[in-house]
Design a protein. Structure first.
Length: 674
């Protein structure tokens, strides 16, 4: 194992000191007036995009996106870049035709890059597979032929319920190649969740496996499929990949082994061209109601924006970089930045099956060292977990290959940003804090490497060609230094086209609050005095305490800024006097002592000083774990149930539901107000 060099450490220490100095100078305002870190000169000189990209995009937005669409191979050019005559139903690249899988695989082989590695795959037990673009093409063609043999046709829906193995990507691309619409369901979802998605989408085929490896043991997938498919008469076949070798129940005539059906197919397959607006995939995401929404993405616009953002935001150099999105393919981050963006750009990627702590807490860093990862893209919750485990773990590995880092999924608090910058990025890697959603399909707000001076904790600016604003409750744009709601004011190529089977819900959820031309993102946002945008969490996470709007994120960020705290989750619990009261759940750092009431008081005082007395949590609970979804998001809804003494809501998407009982048992009485 390599050691971090002393040069790396000292440069980050300097960065940390500079920030701490600035922070003290702006007490109480550090989240909107942090220092900005200028782009490293070398990066600025060689970055894929330069500062003029913003002007170019705003001079003619549609021409800009047309230029980016030309980075793809089309069999027929579009007649019109955007048809927005019937908002909010957009059509991009109208009349254009392409094949998404051809763009992701074949064209790179035809250009002489067949031997380039597309994926360095590593299973959790340590087994590996290296897949070149030529091999990927053969496998995708075989799988496409298999789908055709199973009578899957363009427009049919295919559910993919698989672990993080190469067949997941092969299956997605095979669907895209024949025009079938894939619907990847995260392998951690229950049989009930799978059944409701199969039913809603009307799937004809399920592709699954006997199981996968997670936390050191094989877990089963097939029993959930058997249960769900038993309730879904539309599913004709179940195609089963052998991953773990465990025994599975078998329904003759319905169930088929992937190896048998795909294995016997030809590697020849002619890709058909599809309309730019041909449906590519459905991804279910939970909303505020119980029924998940099937977000529909289509082909040409989606691929254009994921490919271009992947290239520009990460400064991707296909000949040199080793790119790793450490997320699950079952979520949109995986779709756009493990599969479609990287492949369209001919990237070499790492794909890892397991969790960060198996078989040891240095596993991810070991993979970075082993494969020479140059770009790492992950979520703040993971970064804060690494913080909790301590900086000695990354320091035990040679991470000098890294040159750029990304963050997605939640606001990243400045402390986590700085820790990531220093202890993973060696003080030299810029961090791209990318704000986007399942619905947006691709990055929408982010700094740009080599172009933007970085402001730790802020997603900063709309991506070139994207129009975002911060507005008040009436939809009026706010000036700098104000807090409001984030909206998108122009359609964008990778936007969702509808909610599957429910156009009305699509209009109501996203395009009704401020009219049919304004997309309501559901996130609170603040614009600082320099025009940087800071995401403040979902608006349902913005608390109202005695008429003051306080973001859960802001209080969390303050708590995490205390040296004793590793992670914090804050919810607004209803309060008869103040409207809402702030309840915080904190995990302490390994070396911090839980001194009970004394620590709680200290933390309350700390938040009071940091943000203002109004933000002092009513209650603070020290806990061992926080309830998280399998995609790593903290389930604030459950914490709110606890804080309000309610019956616990649905816990089926929790990684470990026993966490909730542990927390419930610890709830102290509310302290008297001071
Ligand atoms: O609240 C925002 C948060 O995640 C939401 C979207 O979640 P999902 O559709 O699951 O997609 C996650 C991966 C793109 C947003 O409404 N979010 C995502 N990225 C950020 C973020 N919040 C703050 N900063 C981010 N960079």
């Amino acid at each position: 194992m390599g050691r971090a060099t002393s040069r790396r450490r000292s440069s980050c220490d300097a960065g940390q000191r500079r920030y701490a100095h600035e922070r003290d100078g702006h007490r109480g305002q550090r989240r909107d007036r942090g220092p900005s870190i200028p782009p490293p000169d070398r990066l600025a000189a060689h970055a894929n995009v330069g500062p003029d990209v913003y002007d170019e995009a705003s001079a003619d937005r549609l021409a800009f996106w047309a230029t980016q669409a030309r980075r793809l191979t089309w069999t027929q050019e579009w007649d019109e870049v955007l048809d927005w005559s019937n908002p909010p139903f957009a059509q991009w690249f109208v009349g254009g035709k392409l094949n998404v899988a051809y763009n992701c695989v074949d064209r790179h082989v035809e250009d002489g890059h067949g031997d380039q590695v597309a994926y360095h795959w590593e299973g959790e037990p340590g087994d590996t597979r290296t897949i070149t673009y030529a091999q990927l093409k053969d496998e995708v063609c075989k799988a496409a032929n298999a789908l055709t043999e199973l009578d899957v046709n363009a427009g049919d829906r295919v559910a993919i319920y698989l672990p993080m193995i190469p067949e997941t990507i092969i299956a997605m691309l095979a669907c895209a190649r024949i025009g079938a619409v894939h619907m990847v369901v995260f392998g951690g979802f229950s049989a009930d969740a799978l059944a409701s998605r199969l039913d809603d989408a009307g799937a004809v085929l399920v592709i699954t496996s006997d199981g996968g490896y997670r936390r050191g043991a094989p877990s089963a997938l097939k029993p959930a499929v058997d249960d769900a498919v038993g309730r879904s008469p539309g599913v004709r076949n179940v195609l089963v990949v052998k991953r773990t070798g465990q025994d599975v129940e078998w329904t003759e005539g319905r169930d088929l082994w992937w190896d048998d059906v795909v294995g016997r197919q030809s590697t020849e397959h002619e890709p058909e061209s599809f309309d730019a607006e041909h449906p590519l995939y459905i991804m279910y995401t939970s909303g505020t109601t119980a029924k998940p929404k099937g977000i529909l993405h289509t082909s040409g616009g989606y691929l254009t924006q994921v490919a271009y953002t992947h290239w520009a935001t990460f400064d991707l150099k296909p000949d040199d970089d080793v790119f790793w999105t450490a997320a699950d393919v079952g979520w949109v981050t995986g779709h756009s930045y493990i599969v479609y963006g990287p492949l369209a750009n001919r990237a070499t990627s790492v794909m890892y099956e397991g969790t960060p702590e198996t078989p040891h807490r240095g596993r991810w860093f070991e993979l970075i060292q082993k494969y020479g990862v140059t770009i790492l893209y992950t979520a703040p919750t993971v970064i804060r977990t690494f913080m909790k485990w301590g900086e000695d773990i990354p320091a035990g590995f040679d991470l000098s290959s890294l040159r750029l880092l990304g963050s997605v999924g939640e606001p990243i608090n400045p402390e986590a940003w700085l820790w990531y910058h220093e202890h993973v990025g060696g003080g030299r890697c810029p961090i791209m804090d990318t704000w986007w959603q399942t619905e947006t399909g691709a990055h929408m707000l982010t700094p740009l490497p080599g172009v933007t001076s970085l402001v730790p904790g802020s997603a900063q600016h709309p991506f070139p060609g994207i129009s975002a604003k911060v507005v008040d409750d009436e939809g009026k744009e706010l000036s700098d230094d104000s807090t409001g709601l984030l909206v998108l004011t122009e359609p964008w190529p990778a936007m969702l086209r509808t909610i599957w089977g429910d156009d009305d819900r699509y209009v109501d959820t996203y395009w009704s609050r401020f009219g049919k031309n304004v997309y309501f993102a559901g996130d609170g946002a603040k614009k600082d005095a320099d025009g940087n945008i800071w995401l403040l969490g979902r608006v349902d996470d913005v608390m109202n305490v005695s008429g003051h709007r306080i973001s859960t994120t802001e209080v969390e960020s303050s708590l995490v800024g205390h040296p004793a705290v590793a992670e914090a989750a804050v919810v607004g619990a209803s309060d008869p006097t103040t409207g809402q009261g702030i309840v915080a759940f904190v995990i302490l750092r390994g070396n911090a002592e839980d001194s009970g009431d004394e620590l709680v008081q200290e933390l309350r005082t700390h938040v009071g000083k940091d943000i203002g007395p109004i933000a002092k949590p009513r209650q603070i609970m020290v806990v061992q774990e926080l309830p998280k979804t399998r995609s790593g998001k903290i389930m604030r809804r459950l914490l709110r149930d606890i804080a309000e003494n309610r019956e616990l809501g649905d816990v089926t998407t929790l990684t470990d539901s026993s966490v909730m009982n542990m927390i419930k048992d610890k709830l102290p009485a509310a302290p008297s107000e001071d």
